[in-house]
Design a protein around this ligand. Structure first.
Ligand code: GDP
Ligand code: MG
Ligand code: ZN
Length: 306
C-alpha cells in the first residue's frame, strides 16, 4: 500500500492512503538511512511511503519513495544534523511581519535560500498589515519591491481586516504548500480564515514571547481538498541553513545567480576579489544592500540561526 506522511511525531507516523484517503498510524520498520543525508528525522511530512500491516495487525512503513525536494534546517539540538521540515512540496509560503513578532530579514532570506536549493517557488506574505504605522508600511513596500524584482511573488495580508485573503487562497489551490514563518506571525490564523473549518490551534503573541516556552516543531499536513494540501509548521523560532558550500551560496540568491560567470573568478565569493560583478551590481543599486548583507552573514556564518 502507498500513502503520504501527513504527521510525524518521531515514534509514529500518520499516513494518508493514496487512493481512498483514509488515515492509518504506522511505525518505521527497523532503521534505515537515506544516502547522503544526516538528519534527526528519517521520514518527514510529505514523504511518500509504502506500508503494510504486519502479523500483529500493526502498520509498518516498508520504504520511502524518492523525494522530489525537501525543506530542511539545521537541527537546534544536534548541530551536525539537519531536521527535515517537509518534503515533496510545490511551493513555500513565507509569512513576514515587521513587528508582533519582528521577523528578521535574515530569517526570510534563509527561508528563501533553503527553498532555492531545490528551486521551490516561494510566495512572500507581508502579514498583519493592520498593525503598521505609515512609516512601517513604507518599509514593507520597499521590501516588497526588492523581492518582486528578485522574482518572488509578494502579497499583503491581514486576517483581522480580511485583506488579501482571496489572493492567497487562489495561490494555494491545487498545490502542496509549506507555510513557514516565526511563531506568532499569524500562519494558523491566516489558514483558518482562508479555509474555515480547518481549526488550527492559534496562540496569543504573549505566550511565545516568554522565554523557555516549549513548543513542538513537528509539521502537519492538512487536506483542503483532494489536490490541495497545506503544511503548518508550529514553533519555528530560527532557521539555520543547512550545509551549503561557500562558492555555491550566491547561486541561491537569484539576483546574484543571474550574474554567474560575470565575475573575474569563477569561484568568486564576492568578498574582496577583484572585478566582482556582484559587488558592482550592489554599488550600482541593482542588488539591494540588505540582501548583500544577508548573503555575507550567511557566508561568514554570523547570525545564521535567528
Ligand atoms: N493584528 C493582527 N493580529 C493577528 C493577525 N493574524 C494573526 N494575529 C494574531 O497573532 C497571534 C498569533 O497567531 P497564530 O496564527 O497563532 O500565529 P502562528 O504561530 O504563526 O501560527 C494571535 O494572537 C493572532 O490573533 C492579523 O492579521 N492582524
Ligand atoms: Mg501556528
Ligand atoms: Zn563576485
Amino acid at each position: 500500500m502507498k500513502g503520504r506522511v501527513v504527521k510525524s511525531t518521531g515514534s509514529w507516523y500518520e499516513i494518508r492512503e493514496e487512493e481512498d484517503g483514509y488515515r492509518i498510524k504506522a511505525r518505521l520498520r527497523g532503521l534505515f538511512k537515506i544516502a547522503g543525508l544526516k538528519v534527526t528525522n528519517p521520514i518527514a511530512v510529505g514523504d511518500w511511503v509504502h506500508f503494510k500491516k504486519n502479523s500483529t495487525g500493526e502498520y509498518e512503513i516498508m520504504d520511502i519513495l524518492n523525494r522530489e525536494n525537501y525543506f530542511i534546517r539545521k537541527s537546534t539540538h544536534k548541530t551536525a544534523h539537519d531536521h527535515l521540515i517537509a518534503t515533496n512540496i510545490d511551493q513555500v509560503l513565507v509569512l513576514f511581519t515587521l513587528k508582533m513578532p519582528r521577523t528578521s530579514i535574515g530569517f526570510l532570506d534563509r527561508a528563501l535560500v533553503t527553498a532555492e536549493a531545490y528551486r521551490i517557488p516561494v510566495i512572500i506574505v507581508f502579514n498583519k498589515t493592520d498593525i503598521y504605522t505609515r512609516e512601517q508600511k513604507k518599509e514593507l513596500q520597499h521590501f516588497a519591491e526588492v523581492y518582486k524584482k528578485v522574482g518572488y511573488d509578494c502579497l499583503f495580508a491581514s486576517s483581522k481586516l480580511d485583506e488579501g485573503l482571496d489572493v492567497v487562497k487562489t495561490k494555494l489551490k491545487g498545490k502542496t504548500t509549506l507555510v513557514i514563518g516565526h511563531s506568532g506571525a499569524g500562519k494558523s490564523t491566516l489558514m483558518n480564515k482562508i479555509f474555515p473549518g480547518l481549526n488550527l490551534k492559534t496562540s496569543e503573541v504573549s505566550a511565545f514571547a516568554q522565554k523557555g516556552v516549549h513548543t513542538t516543531t513537528f509539521a502537519e499536513m492538512f487536506e483542503i481538498d483532494e489536490e490541495t494540501f497545506i503544511i503548518d509548521t508550529p514553533g519555528i523560532k530560527e532557521l539555520g541553513i543547512s550545509e551549503i558550500g561557500e562558492e555555491e551560496l550566491s547561486h541561491y540568491f537569484p539576483e546574484m545567480r543571474a550574474l554567474m560567470g560575470k565575475c573575474r573568478f569563477h569561484n568568486c565569493r564576492h568578498l574582496n576579489e577583484p572585478d566582482c560583478a556582484v559587488r558592482k551590481a550592489v554599488e550600482e543599486g541593482q542588488i539591494s544592500d540588505f540582501r548583500m548583507q544577508s548573503y555575507y552573514s550567511m557566508l561568514l556564518g554570523e547570525d545564521n540561526r535567528k
